[in-house]
Design a protein around this ligand. Structure first.
Ligand code: GTP
Ligand code: ZN
Length: 206
């Protein structure tokens, strides 16, 4: 007879990550916000909400606990003399705007022109997320990602283009959906040389 696998027998494997403790002060702040929004924080459906919201915010903001530059610490020297553009294109990311703490949802393209070493390609996305998972404005996010790669890899050029939609513009305020904000930062050869800049923008699809 076929054995049926019961995931419960895996013990800790199905338990999920341990939940962090939420200080009462934080939970109370969220209760106050619920009450101020017009609902009753003590009704059944909202009883656990303050703790869930608090943990969700810790997750949205987990970049504060990360050093983005750490991700660029391991580089590879042996890349067969590769000295052309390396591009990670259309990386989806989420952040929150520092004005309304509303979601910023978008994509980033990150490119660099290596000098004598390259980095594991996933690390470019890790740098992006480490800065995005904070309260941000898109201009600063763009600059921080570019500066981090520039300082960490010391390449010939860095280009970062970010395109995002801001919920503070789509879901509230001016309520204008479908608009994207585009920001860019060009460094080194991508800033100084028009042909290099055009080349990287074309590879990014702009
Ligand atoms: N430059 C920039 N502005 C942003 C970003 N995220 C949100 N904003 C804007 O920040 C501004 C904050 O403006 P305020 O006038 O202080 O706030 P507000 O009264 O809520 O503004 P409205 O959104 O126009 O209702 C708004 O225009 C937002 O659209 C960002 O990443 N970069
Ligand atoms: Zn906002």
């Amino acid at each position: 007879m076929a054995q049926i696998h019961d995931p419960a027998e895996d013990g800790d494997l199905v338990a999920g990550p341990a939940k962090i403790a939420v200080p009462e002060e934080v939970a109370n702040a969220i209760r106050t916000l619920i009450r101020w929004s017009g609902d009753d924080p003590d009704r059944e459906g909202l009883i656990d909400t303050p703790h869930r919201v608090a943990r969700a915010w810790k997750e949205y903001c987990q970049g504060y606990g990360e050093d983005p530059a750490y991700h660029l610490g391991r580089v590879f020297e042996e890349v067969g003399g590769y000295d052309e553009i390396v591009l990670l294109k259309d990386i989806p990311f989420q952040s929150h705007c520092e004005h309304h703490m509303a979601p910023i949802i978008g994509k980033a393209s990150i490119a660099y022109l290596p000098k004598d070493h390259v980095v594991g390609i996933s690390k470019l996305a890790r740098v992006l997320h480490a800065f995005a998972r904070r309260l941000q404005v898109q201009e600063r996010l763009t600059a921080e990602v570019a500066d981090c790669i520039w300082n960490g890899l010391k390449p010939v050029g860095v280009a970062v283009v970010i395109e995002a939609s801001h919920a503070c513009m789509t879901a509230r305020g001016v309520r204008t959906p479908g608009v994207g904000m585009v920001t860019s930062r060009m460094m080194g050869v991508f800033r100084d040389d028009e042909r290099s800049r055009q080349e990287v923008l074309k590879l990014m699809g702009y």
